[in-house]
Design a protein around this ligand. Sequence first.
Ligand SMILES: Nc1ncnc2c1ncn2[C@@H]1O[C@H](COP(=O)(O)OP(=O)(O)OP(=O)(O)O)[C@@H](O)[C@H]1O
Ligand SMILES: [Mg+2]
Length: 447
Amino acid sequence: MPAVRADKLYKIFGRRPTRAVELLADGRHRDDIKSLNVTAAVIDVSFEVQPGEIFVVMGLSGSGKSTLIRMLNGLLPHTSGTVEIDGTDITKLGKSELRKLRSDKVSMVFQHFALFPHRTVLENAAYGLEVRGVPRAERETKAREALAMVGLDGWEVKVPGQLSGGMQQRVGLARALAADTEIILMDEAFSALDPLIRRDMQTQLLELQASLGKTIVFITHDLNEAMRLGDRICVLRDGRVAQIGKAEEILNDPANDYVANFIEDVDRTRVLTASSVMEKPIPVIDPGQGPRTALRTMRDNQTPWAFVVQRDRRLMGVVGESAIAEAVRDNVKELAGLVGAAERVSPDTAVADMFVQAAESSYPLAVIDDDERLVGVIPRGTLLAALATPGGGEENGADEAAETASAADEASRADESASGSGAGDSGADDSGAEPGDDAPATEGSRR
Ligand SMILES: Nc1ncnc2c1ncn2[C@@H]1O[C@H](COP(=O)(O)OP(=O)(O)OP(=O)(O)O)[C@@H](O)[C@H]1O
Ligand SMILES: [Mg+2]
């Protein structure tokens, strides 16, 4: 069963949503129905997120990402369609059931941290559990553990204003981890961070994910971030799904020109992995074969090298034509002694991480699975060819991750931060704000 499932999901802001859905379901673009005075933010969106998956939703500003993610935990009511969490259609739940869902099953991390400025780091991290009514000792233990997971042990008694932006975002993440929900929604969670810190956070998220196996829906408008984090990526355009697929599928086979344009300046070397650029491991020879046979095999295949693999396909090494030819002239009968070490990479190795090895070896790189079996080879030329875009454009290695939230971007998020400042520090009870979802942001205390 998928952890999260959206089916023909719509969100229309404005007075006449039903008519709008009809027209949109008919294939109309959202600009065509302007006369209805509605904003179609999310249109006919369907996808499934499997447990343990990082599902990235990516799109330009205004494409409907935040609207979509807020429907996944019931923070925003939908217009039509369904949202299922662990098989339960949450569009049918009442307010208190939704609140329970958000505290027990689906936590959310916002771009602007949404921390309480006057509470300690520890109390902030424990907040989700506090809302759930977990006794103090227990929630503080869990919060400490979560803070340690994100590298913030020792900072428990500080307040958010004493922390850098990156550290504050770690507190936000720790809060979600302490709440220990299976599903974590992250809306531009790293977008306010500077590029290096952002990269650290991505790495940390991937590590946490590998050990905790959370289901994560991660929103970003940074393609490199999407490609790095996402097991699969959903590209939204004007409220509709333009494409859903693995990073490599989207890169190698964009569904349309829109997606193709979008991915034009992604750093392909970080996205493409050995498994997507490798070639069939040909030729291979058996260690029992002699130099003469090895030489014939290489000449038949017109390669100056051959990989030596055992019957079970485990890689022993590589031989080169000139050494073998010399051995044949010298009447050497055994291959042993002529086999050199091959440079090995795993199927998941990023292309960017293979260049040094490729430069150090005069043979192709050997792609080895967990059992040391040879599953592919990567000649140097293939490595370079992989950098060219599918349309034949030139390579682009620039890392353009740096981007700051625009003023418009800030404004559109005002709803996230507005409720907090007046609500004082107690947050959990009053003001009609959703506990845990709308905790005050710390705009004032951020540096
Ligand atoms: N409460 C609202 N009332 C009316 N229109 C809204 C509301 N919230 C969002 N919209 C509109 O819905 C569309 C999608 O907005 P949304 O915030 O989901 O986009 P986004 O992809 O998250 O953008 P960004 O990258 O800027 O955060 C936009 O046209 C936006 O103006
Ligand atoms: Mg948004």
